[in-house]
Design a protein. Structure first.
Length: 261
C-alpha cells in the first residue's frame, strides 16, 4: 500500500500535465486549430486513446497534480510527443526568442524551465545563459527528463541539467535561480498561491518568474473552463509574495505574466 501511494505522489509533472492535456480534452477540440501547427494534433491519439481526443493545446511539459477533473495519463514515450511539441511550426505562434528576450537573461545566470516536457524552450535558454550559465530542465516525468538528457548530449547543450520534481516541490535549490519560466503549464497546477510561495523561495533576490499561458479566447489551448485570465495569474503570484504584472509582449495565443520578489 505504501509503495502504491509513493507511486501516485511521484507521478510526473509531464504525466500530470500531460494527463491534464488529454483529460482537458473532454471538451470538443477547437475547430479552427490546424493539426500539427500547435504541437498538439486535433486528431485522437493512436489505439489507447481513441475514445479520448487530444486537447488542442501545446503541452510544454509539466503537471503538478489533479486539476478540475484531470485524470492520470503516462507520458512514457516522449519521442512520439516531441514530433508535435517540438515542431518548428510552433515557433510561429509561441515566439520563443521573443519570450526569452523579454526575460532579460544575462550570461552566467541560472534559469529553470519548469515543466520542460520534451525541451522545446531548452535550446533558446541554453543559448541565453551561455557556457558559464545553467539551465535546469524541471519535470516530474522521468521519461521526459531522459529525453532532454539525450537531446543535450546530441546537440552539445553542456550547460543543461535535469531536475526531478514532485507534485508539490519543484526540486529547485533555494535562493539560487535567477529566472523561472513555465509555459502552458500554470493552469494545471493545483493550489497555485502556495506553489507561488514555493517558487519565491527558489529565486535569488533579483530573480523572477515568467508565466506563459493561453488567453481565454485563444483559438487553441485547454477547454475554456480550464483557462485563466492574466488577472487571475497575477493574483495567485501576489498571494505567494510576488509583485506581479502583465508583460507588454503580445503573443498570438497567449499572455505573459512576470512575478518579481
Amino acid at each position: 500500500m505504501k509503495n502504491s501511494m509513493t507511486k501516485l505522489i511521484t507521478l510526473s509533472l509531464a504525466t500530470l500535465t500531460a494527463t491534464a492535456l488529454v483529460a482537458c480534452s473532454a471538451a470538443p477540440p477547437v475547430e479552427d486549430e490546424e493539426p500539427g501547427a500547435s504541437g498538439e494534433s486535433l486528431e485522437t491519439e493512436p489505439a489507447e486513446a481513441e475514445a479520448e481526443p487530444v486537447e488542442a493545446e501545446e503541452h510544454h511539459g509539466e503537471h503538478h497534480g489533479e486539476h478540475r477533473g484531470h485524470h492520470d495519463h503516462r507520458f512514457d514515450d516522449p519521442e512520439r510527443y516531441a514530433e508535435r511539441w517540438n515542431d518548428p511550426a510552433r515557433d510561429e505562434w509561441q515566439n520563443p526568442r521573443a519570450v526569452v528576450e523579454a526575460m532579460e537573461i544575462e550570461p552566467g545566470m541560472t534559469v529553470a524551465d519548469l515543466g520542460a516536457g520534451t525541451g522545446y524552450f531548452i535550446p533558446y535558454l541554453s543559448e541565453a545563459v551561455g557556457p558559464e550559465g545553467t539551465v535546469l530542465a524541471v519535470d516530474i516525468e522521468e521519461a521526459m527528463l531522459g529525453y532532454i538528457e539525450g537531446q543535450a548530449t546530441e546537440y552539445g547543450w553542456e550547460n543543461v541539467e535535469t531536475v526531478q520534481a514532485r507534485a508539490d516541490d519543484s526540486g529547485l535549490p533555494e535562493g539560487a535561480v535567477d529566472r523561472i519560466l513555465t509555459v502552458n503549464t500554470w493552469h494545471h497546477i493545483p493550489n497555485r498561491p502556495s506553489y507561488s510561495a514555493h517558487l519565491l523561495e527558489r529565486l535569488t533576490d533579483q530573480g523572477s518568474v515568467w508565466v506563459v499561458d493561453y488567453h481565454v479566447d485563444s483559438p487553441a489551448g485547454p477547454p475554456p473552463e480550464h483557462r485563466l485570465a492574466p488577472e487571475e495569474v497575477i493574483e495567485e503570484l501576489e498571494a505567494g509574495g510576488f509583485d506581479a504584472e502583465l508583460h507588454p509582449l503580445e503573443l498570438p495565443r497567449q499572455f505573459l505574466v512576470v512575478g518579481r520578489p
